[in-house]
Design a protein around this ligand. Structure first.
Ligand code: ARG
Length: 712
């Protein structure tokens, strides 16, 4: 007991103020973090982490499919990312006969690596600050023209900059991203590869062990990884899928370490955090909580029905696995956020910060002029839009989630050609593959529940019109009878019916389909709400830009980082335990023993594959045990600062070697997108040795280990 206490005390003493908070901008590492990185224990220079002239770590990190991070771990383009990042791709490749999602998969040769339709990965080439260039253009234009002319001039300059960059970097795309709520702009050049193939993954019982119950929580025992490979043309450049493409030869790949981690070790993560709200005001945060609550409640209605259908039929389980997981992930996150906001007094602390900020602003006339109106503008904008934007949330989380409505919507969107004409084949093409994961009976049940839910919750001013027989209004509509008729008569319930309906090219007939009518009815309410919900966007942006600029000036001289915006960042800190509440100390790692402890054959979320149990019982762990305790460590904790989008990110040691994959955050600090909590906030990582153990011992893919060639 004493020892545990001693360790806890030592942790507190050793790492009181070391870097932890911060999703740092790569081009500014030297300036902002050079010294702190070294002090924290990093043995690489900022230039070795990010460089535009030399090979650096960033060349091994990819934006995986737009929403996750991955890293290259061999000279032949092998990617490792999270299982939940590969999930929808693995599901799309699976059938009831070849269920790679549930059973796992390992390509035993290159020929068995499976092309993933629609999946791409992006390499970052460079990020350049172009704020001053654009500000000059803006200032010049402002001398001559009105606001519209200024906007035009800035847009033209942006286009010129991206066009120049694309010309200078063949096969690359360039864009300009905004940081610090519009105060800073970077030109970002990247290269996208589109021939990505699935190499292998453990069964979902391992890759998603613990399911939604364990999601967002520690202690964790999930083997959350999957592997893919980048393929390129003969010139190693991006190419559309072709059987002749070759494994990509990367500029750099991460070394994989077998050394493991110890408490207090340096750890850093590079990746693509998606969105944070660390510059938002209390007014905005209250609004965020309110819309999240609407989404939580509406999703509960839909998820309960999905879950029931999935448990009853393995085919439905496969079809809806990915839809369910992504819905439930946000649903649980927002609930945790709500609790953490309350417990950690996030709004109160934000209000205190704003009061202190205003005191600083009001101390000087010049500051008052620049920032004095910011908070007021934001609050006004939020107040003006709050009711309408809550109504939008209810609409988009309830009736809009009826899949039949989505089908009709996609069809309508795609039949409109650019020149104002109509192309029915384009509409059909958009839905060609949509029915593969569609279960009409379930959707029908959901439709009843979602419409009834909407009627109960919505302001009658936002009721849906034109449903049911002529003259019926929504308040008295017999919803089950309406839905039965809708699903009985609509051609959007299957691709074959839709093809038949569209065969004679009669657009009028399609427009009269009841699913199209329901879609139109929902859209017309949405169109009524949008102008109010987004009408004060400009004021909001103006206020946010001023507030953020003010905060930057207030904290001048301290290292600072912008909100996450799906651009590559570095976060660095240490491997650390934490105390979730009084008297409880959570160790910084879990082991395979914990998987066995959690096993529950009657709960689909906690099934342990027989082979894993056998390996455990035999102690067949190969080179993957921890040198200190001889156990297989499954997951570990760091105090790195991450958010959604970082999933799959490499966790690296002081030398930049791969020691784990980041895959989650912890329940006690679910408000982390808004405020970093040094004592509570942890990043949950899967130990890379567990990954390798699963590849070799559970998956039998020794050739992958040979390809990776991990280092001791
Ligand atoms: N919470 C994780 C994240 O947002 C995703 C975990 C996926 N697993 C799951 N059981 N849904 O990055």
């Amino acid at each position: 007991m004493k020892r545990i206490f001693a360790i806890a005390a030592a942790v507190l003493l050793t790492f009181p103020a070391l870097a932890d908070e911060g999703m740092w901008l790569l081009p500014l590492l030297q300036k902002m973090n050079g010294k702190a990185l070294q002090e924290a224990g990093c043995r690489l220079t900022p230039e070795q982490i990010y460089s535009i002239n030399n090979t650096s770590l960033k060349d091994a990190i990819i934006h995986f499919g737009g929403g996750c991070t991955g890293e290259i771990i061999s000279g032949e383009g092998l990617i490792v990312t999270n299982h939940h990042c590969g999930y929808s791709n693995i599901q799309a490749l699976s059938t009831p006969e070849h269920n790679y999602l549930m059973d796992g998969y390992w390509a035993m040769s290159r020929a068995e690596e499976l092309p993933c339709r629609g999946l791409s990965v992006t390499f970052l080439k460079s990020m350049t600050d172009v704020t001053d260039i654009l500000a000059k253009v803006e200032a010049n234009a402002a001398k001559k023209g009105d606001a519209k002319a200024v906007e035009e001039a800035v847009r033209a300059k942006m286009q010129e900059l991206t066009a120049e960059a694309e010309k200078a970097n063949p096969n690359c795309t360039a864009r300009i991203s905004s940081f610090y709520n519009g105060n800073v702009q970077y030109l970002i050049v990247s290269k996208v590869y589109r021939d990505i193939r699935f190499v292998g993954a453990p069964p979902a019982s391992v890759g998603k062990f613990g399911g939604e119950t364990d999601n967002w929580m520690w202690p964790r025992h999930t083997g959350d990884f999957s592997m893919f490979r980048v393929y390129a043309g003969a010139d190693n450049e991006p190419a559309e899928y072709s059987p002749n493409n070759k494994p990509y030869r990367p500029a750099n790949h991460l070394k994989v370490s077998l050394a493991g981690v110890q408490e207090g070790d340096y750890a850093m993560i590079m990746g693509y955090p998606g969105r944070t709200q660390r510059f938002q005001t209390a007014a905005q945060l209250k609004q965020m909580l309110a819309t999240n609550r609407i989404a939580i409640d509406a999703r509960t209605v839909r998820q309960d029905l999905m879950w029931e259908a999935m448990c009853a039929d393995p085919n439905v389980q496969l079809k809806y696995a990915s839809k369910y997981a992504s819905s439930a992930n946000g649903w649980k996150k927002w609930q945790g956020e709500e609790l953490a906001f309350e417990k950690l007094n996030i709004i109160g602390r934000e209000e205190q910060k704003e009061a202190a900020f205003m005191e600083w602003v009001n101390a000087k006339k010049k500051r008052q002029e620049a920032y004095g109106q910011a908070l007021g503008k934001i609050e006004e904008a939020v107040n003006a839009s709050s009711k309408a934007s809550r109504a939008v949330s209810l609409l988009t989380e309830a009736p809009y989630r009826i899949e039949l409505v989505g089908m009709a919507g996609r069809f309508l969107q795609r039949i409109a050609t650019r020149d104002g004409g109509i192309s029915i084949p384009a509409g059909l093409a958009a839905l060609k593959n949509a029915y593969r994961d569609y279960e009409v009976g379930l959707d029908c049940k959901e439709a009843v529940a979602l419409l009834e839910y909407y009627r109960k919750k919505a302001d009658p001013a936002n009721y849906l019109e034109g449903l049911g027989a002529e003259g019926t209004d929504f308040a008295t509509l017999d919803i089950p009878a309406y839905v039965e008729k809708l699903f009985g008569e609509s051609a959007f319930t299957s691709y074959e019916k839709l093809e038949k309906l569209a065969a004679d090219g009669d657009v009028e007939k399609i427009m009269n389909d009841p699913a199209v009518r329901l879609q139109n009815s929902i859209m017309s309410v949405l169109m009524k709400l949008y102008p109010v919900a987004y009408g004060s966007q400009e004021k909001l942006q103006e206020g946010s830009k001023e507030f953020t600029a003010g905060l930057m000036e207030w904290e001048k001289g301290k290292p600072s980082y912008p909100d996450a915006n799906s651009t590559m960042r570095l976060t660095y800190g240490h491997v650390l335990p934490y105390s979730p509440k009084d008297a409880i100390l959570y160790r910084h790692y879990t082991t395979l023993a914990g998987v066995m402890e959690k096993e529950d054959p009657n709960n689909p979320e906690f099934i342990v594959p027989a082979k894993l149990k056998e390996l455990y019982e035999k102690g067949d762990f190969g080179q993957y045990t921890d040198p200190a305790d001889g156990k297989v460590h499954t997951c570990f904790l760091t105090n790195n600062d991450i958010t959604g989008g970082n999933s799959g990110s490499p966790v690296m040691n002081a030398k930049g070697e791969l020691i784990g994959l980041a895959f989650d955050g912890n329940w006690e600090s679910m408000s982390s997108d808004v405020m970093f909590e040094p004592d509570l906030q942890r990043c949950i990582c899967v130990d890379i040795r567990y990954v390798l153990f699963l590849v070799e011992k559970l998956g039998g893919a020794r050739h992958i280990i040979e390809e990776i060639a991990p280092v001791k």
